[in-house]
Structure formats: structure tokens, C-alpha cells
Design a protein around this ligand. Structure first.
Ligand code: UD1
Ligand code: MG
Length: 455
């Protein structure tokens, strides 16, 4: 196999997006478009990946990390000019270079692999990945001669009426003989409607020099969608969502209503888990097997065990164990660690707290900055009073504690193992293990009070 190189074009502002965010950083299913492209390219056994950055270079580099190289395109003079910026890193090297646009987030590594193969089999100097588009508006068109050989690509804006009728489009992905590419780039001019240096012009240049130039047509237009505006962005989202959902379903996840279930590109889900409508799973979320999630549930960056049920709730950046039951209407805030067999019921908010195995907060509670042991029962309306307006303090509740309803635990405070706190208490001092603590005014009954009052 020849050496492989890749150039990813990501320098454009994306004027048509009308956005403060640089185009290639717009997320599709929660992941920036250019990251989708880099993730696929990284499966291709490439020796050097060079991303061309310009607008928002720092943000793009921060997103993509240091495992790939970057070349800065200070002025965006066109796609050919963009590839030129990789010259210092790639020129003169033997091998094949794949060029991919950072705004085609649906491109699959299998298709790029097939493109490489086609290119190698035909010993071509350039191979264009093309697709059939029912509505080719805006794309470059592939011009073939009478015998079907590729002649050139004409940009939509430069195309004649006749050329615009062509439905075979340039997807913006190409394989080039690396040396031939950089030689041909020197010859590209900006003599066109947009006054830009077009990468597709390399095709015509190589062809005119008698080199082998071919096209490989993929059957799946969806995969090659180029995102230039928000309409295309939403189409990309729809296509990607369908792809992700179908992959999970094929892996044994039941999705009751795929059109109403949103799963981020990096989410992992075990088999026999059921997702109800309105479920949104994002970030680095991992869900085990046999779980039930939803309806109307948002989970982001959580690691969840097996046989856990989460209904109509939100959970962020937390660990949640196995056989846990959460919701409806619970809120698990970041850095919570909920162990196995815990129950977090309706209207319970948990923040940065540990819940030991088998503990319960079944109704109407706020538990923040707390360390709760095993088999603790937090009665309805239990509150950790963790904040004095300036600082946050820890509440420690040891194994087997029973907190009666409507109790305030004023932190910092520790409730010792096996202790009882009577309902309605406001606890301001530590409670020793096995003790019963009652911290409320004694009840006074004034006999016949209303009769006297009414006189
Ligand atoms: C380009 C192709 C078109 C193809 C389409 C597929 C050209 C001239 N046209 O058009 O034939 O059908 O993609 O989606 O190549 N970029 C830079 N520097 C620049 C200009 C662009 O890095 O100076 C980057 C952009 O960030 C983008 C990519 O190159 O990721 C493509 O540029 P874009 O302006 O989107 O080109 P299209 O009009 O979509
Ligand atoms: Mg584009």
C-alpha cells in the first residue's frame, strides 16, 4: 500500500451560516462537523493528517487536538489555495493524498477507503468522489465526455444552463497522487466568477496533461452532503441522527420512536436497553444493558450501569450505578456518584453528592455536597443546607441513617451510623451513631383555645 496523507479543509468562515461560530465547528448530533471528518479520516491508516485552518484557527485546533498537524491559511482565497498551505508539510512526498472538506460531516471511512482503492486500481493521478444529487444546486458538477470519461468540474456559479442540469456532483473529497497534486496546484488560476483558486481545477489541469483522472461515484448522496447554511445543517442532523439511531437498534437497543430520540455521536448503549420518546443522550454518555430511559429525559456525560430506570429526568456529568431508579422529575447535577440500587424519586435534586448502595431519597429533597452511606433513608423534604451565602459545606450521613421528613441538615454536619433524625428537625450539630436526634420546638396544645378566642 502506498503512503497515505490527508488534507482537511477547515479555514472558511462559513458566511452562509450567518453565525459567530466558525462553520466547521457547528455541531451535528453534538459533535463539531470537522471532528466527525477527522474521526473518520483517522480510521484510514494515514501517515500525516494536515488540517487547514484560518477563521477560528485556535478554536479549531483546540477542538481537534495535537495528534494532527495544522497549516494556517491566512486569507481564504479558495480551496486550491487552502491545500497549497500544506505544501511545506507534504510537497514532494511519494504517496496518495486524500482531500476532504471539513463541512461534509457525514462522510464515512468505508467510502473513503473505497475511493483510495479505486484510485490505486486505476493508477490515477486524481480520483473525485462523486454522487448523484436530485437537487444539485450549489455543488460543483462533474463534466464527462462522450465516452463517459471525466473532463473537469464546473462550479455551480460558473456553470452554463446546460451544465447545471447535470446531477453528478463533486462531493469535495478527492484522492490525488501527492506529487502531481502540488505540481498542478501551481497552475491553478482564479479566473472565475468568485475570483477564487478552485481545487477542482486541478482535475482539468491534470487531464490536459494526459494524466489519468477518474471518478468514483458513491450510491449514497446523504453521506456527501456539504453544509453551507443552516438548512443543510438541519438536514445533516437528520441524516446523522438516523444513522446513529439505526446503528444502536442494530446493536440491540430498542428505540420506541427514533424520530423523537436524539443520541450523540459518541454515546454508547448496551443491548436490551429501551429508549422512550423525548430522550436526549449526549456527550460521553455510556448506558449499560437492560436500562429504561425516558420519556422526556436528558442525559449528558453520564456513565450508567445495567437495569437502571430513569424517567422524565435530567442527569449531567455523573456516575449512576446498576438497578438505580430515578424520577420522574429528578435532577442529577454534575459530579454526583450514585451507587447501585439507589432510588431518587420525584422532585429530588442531587448535586455533587455520593449516594451509597441502596440509599433512598424518594420525594422532594435537595441533596448537595453530601456523602451518604449505604441503606440511608432520606425522608420526604430532606434538605442539606450546604451554603451560607459564601461557602459550601459537606454533609456526611453514615450507613443506615434514617432522616425523618422535612429535616434541615445544616452543614458542615455528620450524622453517625444508624442514627435517627426526627421529622421536622433542623440539625446544626453532629449526631452520634445510634442516637435519636430531635431538633424542633416541643408541641404545646392550648385546650379550649378557640372558644376563648371567639368570645
Ligand atoms: C466545494 C467545491 C464544490 C463541491 C462542494 C462539496 C470548490 C471550489 N468547490 O464548494 O465543487 O461540490 O465543495 O461540498 O472547492 N475552505 C478553506 N479555505 C478557503 C475556502 C474554503 O479552507 O479558502 C474550506 C471551507 O472551510 C470548507 C471547504 O473548504 O470546509 C469547502 O469550502 P466551501 O466554501 O464550503 O465550498 P463549496 O461552495 O461548498
Ligand atoms: Mg461547502
Amino acid at each position: 500500500m502506498s503512503n497515505r496523507y490527508a488534507v482537511i479543509l477547515a479555514a472558511g468562515q462559513g458566511t452562509r451560516m450567518k453565525s459567530k461560530l466558525y462553520k466547521v465547528l457547528h455541531p451535528v448530533c453534538g459533535k463539531p462537523m470537522v471532528q466527525h471528518v477527522v474521526d473518520q479520516v483517522s480510521k484510514l491508516n494515514i501517515k500525516e493528517v494536515v488540517t487547514i485552518t484560518g477563521h477560528g484557527a485556535e478554536m479549531v485546533e483546540e477542538q481537534l487536538g495535537s495528534s494532527i498537524k495544522y497549516a494556517l491559511q491566512e486569507e481564504q482565497l479558495g480551496t486550491a489555495h487552502a491545500v497549497m498551505q500544506a505544501r511545506e508539510l507534504l510537497e514532494g512526498k511519494e504517496g496518495i493524498t486524500i482531500v476532504v472538506c471539513g463541512d461534509t460531516p457525514l462522510i464515512k471511512h468505508e467510502t473513503m477507503e473505497a475511493l483510495f482503492k479505486h484510485h490505486e486500481e486505476l493508477s490515477a493521478k486524481a480520483t473525485i468522489l462523486t454522487a448523484h444529487a436530485e437537487n444539485p444546486l450549489g455543488y460543483g458538477r462533474v463534466i464527462r465526455n462522450d465516452v463517459g470519461m471525466v473532463e473537469k468540474i464546473v462550479e455551480h456559479k460558473d456553470a452554463s444552463e446546460q451544465e447545471r442540469k447535470i446531477k453528478e456532483i463533486n462531493t469535495g473529497t478527492y484522492c490525488f497522487d501527492n506529487k502531481a497534486l502540488f505540481e498542478a496546484l501551481n497552475k491553478v488560476t482564479n479566473d472565475n466568477v468568485q475570483g477564487e483558486y478552485y481545487l477542482p481545477d486541478v482535475i482539468e489541469i491534470l487531464k490536459s496533461e494526459g494524466e489519468v483522472v477518474t471518478a468514483y461515484q458513491t450510491a449514497d448522496f446523504e453521506e456527501t452532503l456539504g453544509v453551507n447554511d443552516r438548512v443543510a445543517l438541519s438536514q445533516a442532523e437528520t441524516f446523522m441522527k438516523k444513522r446513529i439511531n439505526e446503528e444502536h437498534m442494530r446493536n440491540g437497543v430498542t428505540i420506541i420512536d427514533p424520530s423523537n430520540t436524539y443520541i450523540g455521536a459518541d454515546v454508547k448503549i448496551g443491548s436490551d436497553t429501551v429508549l422512550y420518546p423525548g430522550t436526549i443522550l449526549s456527550g460521553n454518555t455510556l448506558i449499560g444493558s437492560d436500562c429504561v430511559i425516558g420519556p422526556q429525559t436528558e442525559i449528558s456525560d453520564c456513565q450508567i450501569g445495567n437495569q437502571t430506570v430513569i424517567r422524565q429526568s435530567a442527569a449531567y456529568d455523573s456516575h449512576i450505578g446498576s438497578q438505580v431508579n430515578i424520577g420522574p422529575f429528578a435532577h442529577i447535577r454534575p459530579q454526583s456518584d450514585i451507587h447501585d440500587e439507589v432510588k431518587i424519586g420525584n422532585f429530588v435534586e442531587v448535586k455533587k453528592s455520593v449516594f451509597g448502595k441502596g440509599s433512598k431519597a424518594s420525594h422532594l429533597s435537595y441533596i448537595g455536597d453530601a456523602e451518604i452511606g449505604k441503606d440511608v433513608n432520606l425522608g420526604c423534604g430532606s434538605i442539606t443546607v450546604n451554603y451560607d451565602g459564601k461557602n459550601k459545606y459537606l454533609t456526611k450521613i453514615e450507613d443506615g441513617v434514617f432522616i425523618g421528613c422535612n429535616s434541615n441538615l445544616v452543614a458542615p454536619v455528620t450524622i453517625g451510623e444508624g442514627a435517627y433524625v426526627a421529622a421536622g428537625s433542623t440539625i446544626t450539630e453532629d449526631v452520634p451513631g445510634e442516637a435519636l436526634s430531635i431538633a424542633r420546638a416541643r408541641q404545646v396544645n392550648k385546650e379550649n383555645y378557640t372558644q376563648k378566642f371567639n368570645k
